[in-house]
Design a protein around this ligand. Structure first.
Ligand code: CA
Length: 241
C-alpha cells in the first residue's frame, strides 16, 4: 500500500514516514502541495495524508479539492493543529475522508489509515486468506497450513498486495507502484528478485504453488478452484491500475 504524505515540517514528516514504514507502508513525502499534486498525477496512490497549512500558496484542503476535481479518489486524511468545526466541515466537504488534529499519536493515525483502506476495499476483515495461506495485517503474521512464516517488511507488503488482489494478474509496474516508493528504480529486476524470495518462503515445500507467473504480463496469487476454499475477504474483480 502506497501513501502520499504532504507535510512541510520536516520533523513531523519524519515521524509520520518512519511510523508508516514501520507498519510496512510505502511512503512518498512531498514538502509542498504543488509537489504532491504533481506526484499524484504520475503515480497511483492508495491513500493520502495532507497537512492543512503548507509553505506556498496551496493548503492541504485545497490540494484535496483539486485532486477530487481531477477525479482522483484515493482516501485522504487531513492533519491540522486547528480543531474548529468550520475547518473540519470544509475539509470533509471538499473531499477529505478523515480529519486528525495535531498533535496525534502514531497509533491513532495508523488505525485511521487502516480503517480507510478497509473501507476502500469494502472488506471489514483485516485477515486475508487464500487456500491455506493466512496473512493478518494487524498482527503482522503469515501462516501457511500450520507453519508460521517469517517475512521481512518488503516481502510482507508484497504478499499483502497479492492477497488483496487475489486471482488478478499484477504487472511489474503495478507491483512497483503499490509496494515500492518513488525511490524504486523501475529499470531493475527488484520486483522479480523479491518475488523469488517470497516464493521460497510461502511456496517451497508445499504441493500447491500459490504465486503464479503469467508469462509476458507479471504474476498472480491464486488457489486452485477445486482446492481449499478461499474465504475471508472474497475475490475482488478489479485491481487498481
Ligand atoms: Ca504545516
Amino acid at each position: 500500500m502506497r501513501i502520499l504524505l504532504i507535510e512541510d515540517e520536516k520533523e513531523i514528516a519524519n515521524f509520520v514516514v518512519n511510523g508508516l514504514r514501520a507498519e510496512r507502508f510505502a511512503v512518498d513525502w512531498a514538502d509542498s502541495a504543488e509537489k504532491g499534486l504533481a506526484w499524484a498525477r504520475l503515480s497511483s496512490y492508495d491513500l493520502g495524508i495532507f497537512d492543512v497549512k503548507l509553505q506556498g500558496g496551496i493548503t492541504g484542503i485545497e490540494a484535496c479539492r483539486r485532486l477530487r476535481e481531477r477525479g482522483i479518489g484515493f482516501p485522504i486524511i487531513i492533519l491540522s493543529v486547528m480543531n474548529d468545526a468550520i475547518t473540519k466541515v470544509k475539509a470533509l466537504n471538499l473531499g477529505a475522508d478523515d480529519y486528525l488534529q495535531k498533535p496525534f499519536f502514531m497509533a491513532e493515525l495508523i488505525a485511521r489509515v487502516r480503517a480507510l483502506l478497509r473501507r476502500e476495499k469494502k472488506t471489514e476483515n483485516p485477515v486475508f486468506k487464500v487456500a491455506d495461506l493466512i496473512l493478518d495485517t494487524i498482527k503482522h503474521t503469515v501462516i501457511r497450513g500450520d507453519k508460521p512464516i517469517k517475512l521481512n517488511r518488503k516481502e510482507f507488503s508484497l504478499l499483502e498486495y497479492f492477497m488483496r488482489n487475489q486471482g488478478i494478474t499484477l504487472t511489474r509496474a503495478m507491483i512497483l507502484e503499490h509496494v515500492w516508493d518513488a525511490n524504486a528504480d523501475p529499470f531493475t529486476n527488484t520486483v522479480d528478485v523479491h518475488i523469488r524470495f517470497l516464493r521460497q518462503k510461502i511456496d517451497d515445500g508445499f504441493k500447491e504453488k500459490l504465486i503464479k507467473t503469467v508469462h509476458g504480463y507479471g504474476y498472480k496469487l491464486e488457489a486452485k478452484p477445486d482446492g481449499p476454499q478461499t474465504a475471508g475477504t472474497g475475490k475482488r474483480q478489479t485491481a487498481k491500475p
